[in-house]
Design a protein around this ligand. Structure first.
Ligand code: GLP
Length: 241
């Protein structure tokens, strides 16, 4: 069963998770990185530790969970650039050890590209610590409701609500890409340790479903219940008191 860690505030929670990531980084860990608002303060704290305490990602390898498709690699709205902007530009991670699904691959190359992404994760030794957020509908990465326990990195359709949530960055929901490349549920579950971040009362109901509801594709985050080392890091709002 997932462990629960409830903090008084999201700030405090994010500092604790950043401290954990920093310890892993010191050992040269393979880190799985998520985008979205939830991990932002974790990344800000890591950047602060880089500047003030000399935290180093020199020995790390990083894999991004997902990416819009189609999406140019240099597009500021891409998840690749999000991770650069909020974290990796400030760190000393060697360029060749930052991996992200490539939203610019041609349709006929997608299957091969996704298989190669899986192979790169395996070749790195596997993900030691995977950071996750959770979508309003229970998605993890871009594994929307319907995603199976055995799913692997692949191209997926985004749910209308997911596109609506990203509308601001794209100037309207209709401009948000309809598809994405994402690590699959099985890819995520292979990480040795998983930390899911969810803050605010708006996440309370879906967090409860993921933790206590039936395990199945209707709430992809519910598959985490079967992982041996997963922790939900919450604030009072998302924990529901
Ligand atoms: C996006 C990302 C997910 C993330 C989710 C929740 O859909 N693909 O990885 O978990 O948003 O985002 P937020 O943390 O902003 O609520």
């Amino acid at each position: 069963m997932p462990q629960l860690q409830v903090h008084d505030s999201a700030d405090e929670a994010c500092r604790a998770v950043a401290a954990e990531m920093a310890r892993c980084a010191a050992g040269g860990a393979v880190l799985g990185l998520a985008t979205g608002a939830s991990p932002l303060r974790v990344y800000a704290e890591l950047v602060r530790r880089r500047r003030e305490d000399g935290l180093s990602f020199r020995r790390c390898t990083c894999f991004s969970l997902d990416e819009y498709w189609p999406m140019a690699r240099e597009d500021p709205r891409s998840f690749r650039q999000f991770l650069r902007r909020h974290l990796l530009d400030a760190m000393d991670l060697p360029e060749e050890r930052f991996h992200s699904p490539d939203g610019s691959v041609a349709p006929e190359q997608i299957a091969r590209h996704c298989a190669e992404y899986e192979a790169r994760i395996a070749a790195s030794g596997g993900i030691d610590l995977q950071i996750l957020g959770i979508g309003r509908n229970g998605h993890i990465g871009f594994n929307e409701p319907g995603a199976g326990r055995d799913s692997r990195t692949r191209r997926v359709e985004l749910a209308p609500g997911t596109r609506a949530d990203a509308a601001a960055e794209f100037g309207g929901a209709e401009r948000v890409p309809r598809q994405a490349l994402t690590m699959g549920v099985a890819t995520i579950l292979q990480a040795r340790r998983i930390v899911l971040l969810a803050f605010g009362a708006g996440k309370r109901d879906i967090v409860r479903e993921a933790l206590e509801g039936p395990v199945g594709p209707q709430v992809p985050a519910s598959f985490l219940q079967g992982h041996p080392d997963v922790r939900f890091v919450l604030d009072r709002g998302s924990a529901g008191g």
